[in-house]
Write a protein that binds this ligand. Sequence first.
Ligand code: 5RP
Length: 232
Amino acid sequence: MSVEHEKENAALAAMEYVEDGMTIGLGTGSTAKYFVEALAEEVADGLVVRCVPTSEQTRELAESLGVPLVPVDQVQQIHLTVDGADEVDETGNLIKGGGAALLREKIIADASDHMVVIADPSKQVDRLGAFPLPVEVNPFGFTITAKKVYDALCASGVEKPVVKLREGEDGKPLVTDGGHYILDCHCKRIPDSEALSARLSSVPGIVEHGLFIGIARTIVIGNENGATVFEY
Ligand code: 5RP
C-alpha cells in the first residue's frame, strides 16, 4: 500500500464536499495536488466552481489543468477549502507550513465556511510537535524575532527547542510567496498547542505560525480502500 495511494484516496473522498457553484480554497502540497487534479476532471465534465489558490505553486497547477481561478480580493465568501497537513492531532488541530504556504493557507482556511483536511495516516499524532513547527517572520530583525520565538516556546513548556532559519536549495534563506522567512521550530513535543499559538500570535515580527487551532472541521484520512472521516 503506497502513501501516494492513501493521499489520493483522501483527496477523492474530499470531492464529496464539492458542490456546483462553490468558491473553493485550494491547498498546497502533494496531497492537495491530488484534490486539484480530481477537481479538474470534474470541471472538464461540467462542474462549475471558482477557486482561490493558497500558493503560487498551486496557482500554476490549477491553471495548467484548467481549474477556474478567481482573484482573492474579488471573493465575498469561500464555501470550502481542502488542504493537506503536516500533523493532525486527535482534536483536529494541525501543524501546517511544511511547504512554506502557511500564511495564505491560514487566511483562506480561516475565512472558509468549511475546511476539510486531507492526509495519509502518517500525519495522525497523539500530540503535535514531532514535525518542526513553521513560523513565518518578517525578514526585518528576524534574529530578534527568532529569540522571541524561542522564549515563547520555552514559556509554553517546550523543552530545549531549536529554532532554525529555513534555507532553500541555494543555501540562502527560503523566501515565501509573501516575501517572508520561515523559522522551523524543533520542539519534539508541544505540551499545550493552544497556549503556544496565543503566545506566538502576540510576538512582533511573526507574520503567522503553522498551528491551526480549531480551524479544520473535517479530517479525511486516506487508506487502502477509501478514507476515514472525522468531524469536529
Ligand atoms: C504546505 C502545507 C502542506 O499542506 C503540508 O506540508 C502537507 O503537505 P503534503 O501533502 O505534501 O504532505 O502545509 O504549506
